[in-house]
Design a binder for this molecule. Structure first.
Ligand SMILES: [Zn+2]
Ligand SMILES: [Zn+2]
Length: 134
């Protein structure tokens, strides 16, 4: 049973967008795909998953960009912080773990899209590894 009384809050860098996530994340992992790398200009994105019905924008609004067919990336239209990922093939939405007020609640369990991993990214070998997606 998913305990939705647990509540986590987060938001963008400038504070214009704030959100609440109810319940523990459904998953957490590092994505090394080129799209994620370009989307935030970093080596990889750490995502936490959430059922869309447990995710609520409480302040401002998320701006969306269709970055690939069937994929919507959400960000703050003011400061550009990456916030969400939604795809036609995904029932949960991804929320950037680092946009949480307490990113430490994310417990990444896997690395995905390692075929795009940058050579200067050092992995935690105890996590599950996938060349693409599980
Ligand atoms: Zn912002
Ligand atoms: Zn990715």
């Amino acid at each position: 049973m998913h305990d939705t009384s647990i509540k986590h809050e987060g938001g963008c860098l400038c504070g214009a967008v704030r959100y609440t996530l109810h319940g523990a994340p459904t998953y957490s992992g590092h994505c090394h795909c080129r799209s994620c790398q370009r989307a935030i200009g970093a080596g990889f994105i750490t995502w936490v998953g959430v059922d869309p019905k447990n995710f609520h924008v409480t302040e401002g609004e998320i701006t969306f960009c269709a970055t690939s067919p069937g994929v919507q990336r959400g960000f703050c239209g003011r400061c550009g912080s990456s916030l969400t990922f939604a795809g036609d093939d995904w029932s949960d939405i991804g929320v950037t773990a680092a946009s949480l007020d307490d990113p430490g609640i994310a417990k990444p369990e896997s690395n995905v899209y390692l075929d795009h991993k940058q050579p200067w990214v050092v992995l935690d070998d105890s996590l599950r590894k996938y060349e693409k997606l599980p």
